[in-house]
Design a protein around this ligand. Sequence first.
Ligand code: ZN
Length: 537
Amino acid sequence: MRRRAFLTRSAPGHIIESVKNRPFGGERKPVKAGNNMELKEAVAKLKETQRVMHAYNHAMGVMYYDIETAAPKNAIEGFSNTMATLSEITYKLSVNEENFALLDYLSEHAGELDEITRREVEEAQKGLRLLRNIPIEEYVEYQRVQSEASAVWHEAKVNNDYAMFEPHLKKLVEFTIRFAKYAAPEKDPYDYWLNEFEEGFTQDVLDKYFARIKEALVPLIHRISEKQQPDDSFIYKFYPVEKQRELSEKLMEMMGIDRACCAIGETEHPFTTGFNKRDLRITTHYYENALTYSMYSVIHEGGHATYEMGNCDELMDSPLSGGASCGMHESQSRFYENIIGRSRAFCGLVLPVIKEIFPEQLEGVDEEKFYRAVNKAEPSLVRTEADELTYSLHVLIRYEIEKKLMHGELDTKDLPAEWNRLYKEYLGVDVPSDKEGCLQDSHWSGGSFGYFPSYSLGSAYGAQILRAMQKELDVEKLVAEGNIPAVTDWLREHIHKYGQIKKPAELIRICCGEDFDPEYYISYLTEKFGRLYGLED
Ligand code: ZN
């Protein structure tokens, strides 16, 4: 998981007061600042606003990391107050008539701007599109509904009580549809939201994508479920946390992560955050009785961090630093975690390192046994714990449900039944409770509809990127030799250096020389798991 982009994009609930005092939508004053504003002056003004914004976001990001990792429990009150104040300042910095006029003026002169500035203007406009078009009263009401829904969801999940959450979800769905209409009246609401999260993707594209996933993977998963599963019991022996920390250091070293630019902390749920290419923070969670949980979290989050550390220097303080999209970010973290980290070559490389730290626990475990254990594919209930093969089916289920919700074809009251039906149909599992079912993810309670597909697209991008990389590099050989930095160099040159300068579809074209094509993902999974489970007959 990568945190930041959507935390800073939408204005948090506590800035409601400042919003009330400004004109919105139709009430806006006519724009005239642009007429006599010199282009150079306008660009300087943009850069100045960005510089100040960056400083505030930096400060808030560090505070956020601190509260999650190091701060004492009672720090939360002071933290919340300071965050509210700082958020209000950053909100006012971007949501005001002068800034709207500046961005409109620069948009009109887009052809005269350099590529980075042009993209900065475009992204800023995109971030403000919703806020400029929603009637203020509705926006304020939405903020209230959303924070209430989040709180209720937490409780509903703990108590396994969907009925308690349902009325809140219903309201959020209605708001989401309405907001899409305000922002882009000509678009289908779900298409609007999909494009917000992964630019260039519509239901047209995703319907075809998921149809292929379903057609290819559902029968494969069913065939595998009839096969004997590998013995992975050694993973669940006792692995002292202190020793696992040692392993994290080794893993980061193997990945070529510069520790002078990347810190590691410990949190309940692992995440990555970053402030510029020389200051990234990843976190992990250690379980004494699960060796691979933290191991693959570190590799995954290390992948997110590696992406941002590879940004070109010009993006140091630009809002375009980071990754191209959620999907592209996940493509990189999953590339390191699964395509590299769960490859036969990496298993051969890492096992001796792990054995040196845990000789007793891993006695008798050879490379093949380790490789099979970390690739055990088994239909399950929870998306975040799913294996590489079944993962996209969890996403597909959410996609189908969101589509129906956004088109009024599914009442929120009937959501659990539909969820359970789809889990049975695609993954063959019975969902015992809503807690392990439709209440498991936080996304909907936060008002995010259209986010899920980017998780699956990330995996699919990764497989296509691998194929392009293999044309130039002997990836398996490099990994087996421990030369992961050579793989990273290639990714930096083709993806990381661009940050958000290029959009995801464009990056795939630059990197792979063709458009996005899910067939690479399907053949990657079919070949890998076919071999692992002996299905090549
Ligand atoms: Zn991630």
